[in-house]
Design a binder for this molecule. Sequence first.
Ligand code: GLN
Ligand code: ZN
Length: 760
Amino acid sequence: MANVQSSNLGYPRLGEKREWKKALENYWNNKISEEQLLSETKELRLHALKKQQDKGIDLIPVGDFSFYDHILDTSITFGIVPKRFAYDGGKVPIDTYFEIARGKDDAVASEMTKWFNTNYHYIVPELEGAKPQLTENRALFYYEEAKQELGIDGKPVLVGPITYLKLAKGNADFKGLLDQLVPLYGQVLKELQDAGATWVQIDEPYLATSFDKSELALFEEVYANFAKVAPDLKIELQTYFESLDYFEDVVKLPVAAIGVDFVHDHGESIEALERFGFPADKVLAAGVIDGRNVWRADLDAKLALLERIAKVVPKERLIVQPSSSLLHVPVTKLSEPDLDGVLLGGLSFADEKLVELVALAKALNGEDVKAVFADAKAGLDAINGSHHRNNAEVQEAIRNLENVEVKRDLPFAERIKLQHEWLQLPLLPTTTIGSFPQSPEVRKKRSDWLKKVITDAEYEKFIEEETERWIRIQEDLDLDVLVHGEFERTDMVEYFGQKLDGFQATKFGWVQSYGSRAVRPPLVYGDVAFTEAITVKESVYAQSLTDRPVKGMLTAPVTIINWSFVRDDVPDYVVANQVGLALRKEVEALEAAGIRVIQVDEPALREGLPLKRSRWQKYLDDAVYSFKLTTTSVKNDTQIHTHMCYAEFEDIIDTISALDADVISIETSRSHGEIIETFEKVGYDKEIGLGVYDIHSPRVPTTGEIQDNIRRALKVIDARQFWVNPDCGLKTRKEKETVAALRDMVNATKEIREEYKVTK
Ligand code: GLN
Ligand code: ZN
C-alpha cells in the first residue's frame, strides 16, 4: 500500500523559552552541576522528541541535540581536539568540549564560522596533527535514549565525513584523513544497525554547493563502504540549502534515500527530477516545507508539487520533510499570543511546520485533512489580503522604480572635491564605525525604560547625556569625523524594524546563532514604508554639540533583509527595494536637517552571498541597486560612507566599488596580508578606511602596531584616499580600553602625518 512518510531533519535546541541557553549558562557560571546540566537538557530533549511524536512525525531525528554545535560534536566523537587543550584520548570531557568552543586561559577558542549561508555558526575543526579515533557513539546513545524513554525508533543524524572535512581547516591530506574517518563512521553505523535502528540521516550539504564533479567519486567510495558495513541500515543521504548541480549522479549514489531541498533550489530540483528521473530502488526525501523561514506554507501548492514529484517517484518511496533542519526557526508561535491575529495566522514556526508536514503526508495517503488545508488557506488569504501586504503607495513606488534616479549627480572624482572643500579634513582623517560601548549603565537604563521604571523623558535625557559625554571624549581624542554613539539602539536591524512599517518584533522568536547565543530576527511581514524620521533627532542633537562633522548612521537594505525573517510571497529584492526607498527618505531627512556625512552600513552583504557562484552576480547587482536607491539622492557635497565587517572582499571588490559610496570602511586587521594583495592586484579609486586595529579583543593596541598597519596599507593605497578607523563598531568594548585604543590610533596617525609633512 502506498504510504508516504513524514520526517524531520532536526529540531531547534533552544527550548520554547530558551531553557537550553539558561541551562548551559548556569553551568558555565557554576550555578548548576554537570549532573543538573545533563538532567535539565535531557528533559528538554525528550520534550522536543515527544512533541514530534505527538504530532505524528514518522521519522524523528535523534542526536541532532547538541550541547553547543553539531560540528564540534563530530570533532569530539573522533577525538579531534586541538593540541592546546589538555586531552589524552578517550571520551572528551564536557568541560574540554566547552573549552574548545569558548577558550580557556591561554588556550584560545577554536574559530567559528557560518554554517553555509545561514546565520548559524559552527566551531571550525582543527585537523593539524589529528589522529581520529572513535571516542563515543553519540548517535547510538541518543537512539537508545529515545527508544527507551519514548518508544521512538529514531533516525540518528550525523554530519557526513566529506562535508565535515570540507568545513575543517589545517588539513594537508584530505584523502588520508577521510580514509581514517570512514572506518570509524562505519563502526558507528554498524552499532546503530545492531541496536535495531531502521534509518540514519547523514548530512552532506556540501553536495548542494558548486564543486568539481570529480569529487563525486569520493562520495561513491565512502557510501559504498557504509552500505557494505551496515547493509541493513537505511542511509538517507541528506542535502539542503540549494539544488544539486549533479542531480542525476547524486541520486545514483549507493544509499537508500536521497534528501533534496525543494524550497531553496530556485525551482531546479523538480526540473531535474522530471528531466533525469529517479532510480527505482531509492526513496526520495522531499524537503518541501521551508526549514529556514517562518511563514505558513501554502499547502495546496505544496501538495501540487508533491503530486508532481509522485509522478516520478511512487508514493511508497516518498518521504515528506522540511527543506533543512528546523534549527533555523523559532520553536512555536504559541509563545506569541500578543501578535496581531492576521500576522499570527500567517506564521509557522518549528512545531507548526511539523503539523504541515504530517498534513501533507496524510493528504498524499488519501486521508482527510481538509480542515488543516482550509485553515492554512484562510490564514494565508487573510495576511495576503490584508492592508499590510497591500500598501498602494509603496507598490506604486515599486512599479515606478525605473523613474527613480539611482545615480549621484556628479562622478566621484568631482564630487569628492566639493566634499573636501567644506570638510577640511587633514590627511588620513580619523573616525570610528558608529557605536560606542553599551555599558551596563546604558543597558540598565534601557531595560528600566522598557519596564516603565523611568519615563520617556528620563530615558531620552540619559541618551543625550551619554551622547554629549562621548562627543567630548571624541573631541578630546582629536578624532576628525565624529559619531553619536548609537546609545539608543540595541541592535542595528531591530532599531530600524521598530520604526518602519511592515516589520514586527517577536517575544520568543529566538534562533541559535552560536553556542548559547541566540538572535531574534524581526519579521518583515508586509510592505515596508517610511513613517517617521528614524535617526534624525539623535544625529542632529550630536551635531549641535560640536563643530566637527558628525556622521549620520543607518543600516542598509541587504543587511536588514539578511538579518530578518522576510515574507516569502514576493522576491527578496522587492523587499530590499522597499527598504531602500524608505531609507532614501531617511537619508533625505538627515541631509535636510544638516547632517552632511551619512554612513549606511552593509555588514551582511558578503555573508548573504548565494552558495552557488552562478547566482552571485544577480544577488550583488540587486544589493548595489538597493544601496544606491538609499544613498544617491543626496547633494554632491554630502558624503556617503559605508561599512562592511569582513576582510575577504577580493571577489566582490567590483561590487564594493559599484556601491559608489564616497568612503568605505572595512574590517582588516586580522587579515592584513590578503587585503594588501587585493589592492596590489585591483585598484580602488574611492576613499577607504582599512581597520587599523581589531575590536574583537579587549587588548589595547600599541601605536607601533597601528602604524605598521597604516604604513603597509599606504604602500598600495594613496595617502589622500586613506582613512584611519578601527575594524568595526565599539559597542561590545569597555570604555577604558576604547579610549586608550583610540588615543593610540590618533597618535599613530599624527606621527605618520608628520612624516608626510602635512598637518592640520
Ligand atoms: N555602525 C555599526 C556599529 O558601529 C556597525 C556594526 C557592524 O558593522 N556590524 O556598531
Ligand atoms: Zn563591522
